[in-house]
Ligand binder design. Structure first.
Ligand code: GMT
Length: 381
């Protein structure tokens, strides 16, 4: 099948999921065309089945806001016609489902019907999408999609609560390619980050407010009072400076390493003993799953879809949002006893396999097949 994928190219869950999905589809023999404003960060183009089409938005002095949706929908029309695309899969509703709908309509004028699958990822619904300024357009473009999927049961429920949705929403959870991690490093090079007796605690995110970055620091502050430890902070975003200042205030700057964005997430997780994810809201928590597949237990909040990934008392622990004392106590339960740590590590690795790409990819392929067949009912040719 020839599939066009629209996503954000930046570090961040939805872009990573879309990119990994596209790569896996290409490896299965599909022809995959990424359409976005920059080459996605995890995309390597060394695959004959992968193509990248950059969306350009020319600057014009009249525009206070550059019309990205317009440029994207035009690029989609051209790409779909030129490469005879069978199907369009947009990740993150805003503005991708809207631009996809416009492209579909333009193509229909020429007698071309292309089914559109919209995958909801989280903040496109729970944070940004529900804002009254966006809500009518988001509701409309979800309802106009041929198939709608969400990355967790919780996100499906939230979408149905917040929007007037007339379509069925199919849950297709996020996934992990365990093959990518099976070559795992024999030497995790812990010494790069910590002394032999220190535990390594890690947090990875885009450092937005929703991630509750100060809670990460507060939890670590309580942990390091009880046992020797280092905190590794990976990512960039608006709350990074807040975290740096808080570390300074708490007098723990020498125990916290800010690495910035990294392409070596698996290497970092290889030497991590615990992953912290205290988010205010999280549709799924892909970063937690990436930790788990690397056998890193997770101490997290119980927000949104996180409990579908991190199993309380098995792969880590769940606490209410903001309960930094509870999170620190649970972290110490895991870290203070090597046998307990080993048990949680093993459980995390095993449990992550529920989301192995080989279980999830066929779900998307079935959806594509059904949507592709439906074009015969709807086509005009
Ligand atoms: O919040 C982020 O880290 C980025 C955001 C995105 O869309 O790029 O992540 C959302 O999608 C991810 C992939 O489906 C989910 O794992 C994240 O939980 C979700 N983030 C939120 O819901 C806050």
């Amino acid at each position: 099948m020839k599939i066009a994928i629209v996503c954000y190219p930046t570090f961040g869950g939805s872009g990573v999921v879309a990119t990994e999905l596209g790569i896996a589809l290409a490896n299965r023999g599909h022809e995959v065309h990424f359409v976005t404003y920059r080459q996605p960060v995890r995309l390597s183009l060394l695959n004959a089945n992968i193509h990248f089409h950059e969306v350009h938005v020319p600057e014009y002095p009249l525009f206070h806001y550059q019309p990205y949706e317009l440029a994207l929908s035009s690029k989609l029309v051209d790409t779909i016609k030129l490469h005879k695309i069978d199907l369009l899969h947009v990740h993150y509703a805003i503005p991708h489902a809207y631009a996809g709908y416009m492209a579909k309509k333009m193509l229909e004028e020429e007698g071309i019907y292309v089914p559109m699958i919209t995958t909801l990822h989280g903040t496109d619904i729970t944070l940004v999408g529900k804002h009254p300024f966006y809500k009518p357009a988001v509701t409309f473009s979800i309802n106009q999609s041929d198939v709608v999927t969400s990355v967790s049961e919780n996100l499906k429920e939230r979408t149905l609560e917040l929007f007037d949705i007339k379509k069925d929403i199919q849950v297709v959870p996020n996934f992990i390619d365990k093959g990518k991690y099976s070559s795992s490093f024999t030497d995790c090079q812990r010494s790069l980050m910590a002394d032999d007796d220190e535990k390594i605690i890690t947090h990875i995110s885009n450092f937005r407010k929703v991630k509750r970055i100060p809670d990460v620091v507060e939890v670590f502050y309580r942990i390091q009072r009880e046992l020797p430890a280092k905190l590794v902070m990976v990512g960039e975003g608006p709350q990074k400076e807040v975290a740096e200042r808080l570390c300074d205030t708490l007098g723990i700057s020498d125990k916290v390493i800010f690495l910035g964005n990294s392409h070596e997430i698996d290497r970092i997780l290889c030497f991590s003993d615990l992953f912290l994810l205290p988010s205010e809201s999280e549709s799924f928590g892909l970063a937690a799953l990436e930790a788990m597949i690397n056998k890193v237990p997770v101490v997290s909040s119980n927000a949104g879809g996180i409990p579908e990934v991190n199993i309380d008392g098995v792969t880590g622990f769940l606490n209410d949002v903001g309960d930094v004392d509870g999170m620190a106590k649970n972290a110490l339960k895991i870290l203070s006893d090597d046998e307990v740590l080993e048990r949680f590590k093993k459980n995390a690795g095993e449990s992550a396999q529920r989301f192995d790409i080989h279980k999830i990819l066929p779900q998307y392929e079935n959806i594509y097949e059904e949507a592709y067949k439906s074009r015969f009912d709807k086509s005009f040719g």
